[in-house]
Write a protein that binds this ligand. Structure first.
Ligand SMILES: *Cc1c(COP(=O)(O)O)cnc(C)c1O
Length: 315
């Protein structure tokens, strides 16, 4: 495994890349992308930020094992497996979908995310969708303790108070020149950190990658500030849903800017952002910082599906 940024080192600095596109010039709007995707290929972007203080806490409390939850293509599952390996933790992944347990070898062969997590020593426990839904219940957690002993629990998607503390570090004092900070939203942890780190003259805009109205109240659990909003029209049908338009957009954007986006989160944000810019949603002279939260490891799995269906893949 190649080296990763020191998880306990506070001062990692990530570049902001200015994006040049005709539409930005026409509307006189500046767009920069914070390349958090460059932190690490598998402990990427916000998943690194969310794990940082949790893993430090787990070490401080003397835990040897991390346990967390996720879907079969989850960026968080893989980030936990790889970060755990680097820092010497055992890792257990509770994966949604018990059908995946029928032929474990085939499952791992077919799924690049689980394959990489497995290579990094993660032990999987596949559970039915019904019991996955009860994963925060006392009964479910007791069963896990009986089976796996003592572990440090990281919630699904990695979001908790320590994760939000880590996500605050995405922004630096240099970023105060931006009027708008944009990010993709899943559980709301990342945007909560960004909101807490933002200055009052800045507005934080979230692009949910899934349907549902619960996100606003999730975010309100973690922040008292009000300089934020959610734009809920760019989920492309829901979580992990995408279509040919989005895939084509990813390939065009990569050709024009050299920035590769992931189809589950960051592409939906940048697509939405450019739509709003086209429709004069930002006044002239606006400076926008969009956070590339990573997730590029998921492209291989998406491409396998696209290829099977004879559709355009992500290059
Ligand atoms: C998990 C993830 C998100 C969502 O982050 P939340 O903190 O759950 O809102 C956004 N982008 C990428 C690439 C992710 O992997």
């Amino acid at each position: 495994m190649e080296t990763v940024y020191d998880f306990f080192n506070h001062s990692i600095s990530i570049r902001n890349q200015q994006i040049f596109l005709p539409i930005l010039e026409e509307k006189q709007v500046e767009l920069h992308i914070k390349r958090e995707d460059e932190i690490h290929p598998f402990v990427s972007g916000n998943k690194f930020r969310k794990l940082k203080y949790n893993l430090q806490e787990a070490k401080n409390q003397g835990y040897k094992t991390l346990l967390t939850f996720g879907g079969a293509f989850s960026n968080h599952i893989l980030a936990t497996a790889v970060a755990g390996k680097i820092l010497g933790f055992k890792t257990i992944g509770i994966i949604r979908g018990d059908e995946l347990a029928k032929d474990l070898q085939q499952t791992i062969l077919d799924n690049p995310t689980l394959q990489k997590a497995h290579e990094n020593g993660m032990i999987f426990e596949f559970v039915s969708r019904e019991s996955y839904r009860t994963k925060t219940s006392e009964y479910f957690l007791e069963q896990l303790s009986a089976k796996f002993g003592n572990f440090y629990l990281i919630p699904e998607g990695g979001t908790n108070e320590l994760a939000i503390q880590g996500c605050k570090e995405i922004l630096s004092s240099k970023d105060s020149i931006f009027n708008y900070i944009c990010c993709a939203v899943g559980t709301g942890g990342t945007i909560s950190g960004l909101i807490n780190a933002s200055e009052n003259h800045q507005k934080v805009i979230g692009f949910p990658a899934l349907k549902g109205d619960f996100l606003r109240s999730e975010i309100e659990k973690y922040t008292k500030k009000t300089n934020w909003s959610l734009l809920t029209n760019f989920h492309f049908g829901g979580y992990a849903k995408y279509n040919a338009t989005l895939i084509r957009f990813i390939n065009d954007f990569k050709n024009e800017t050299k920035v590769l986006l992931d189809p589950i989160y960051t592409a939906k944000m940048i697509y939405g952002l450019l739509e709003i810019i086209k429709n004069d949603g930002f006044q002239k002279g606006s400076k926008i910082l969009a956070i590339h939260t990573g997730g590029l490891q998921g492209i291989q799995g998406v491409n396998q599906k696209l290829h099977k269906n004879n559709e355009e893949i992500i290059h």
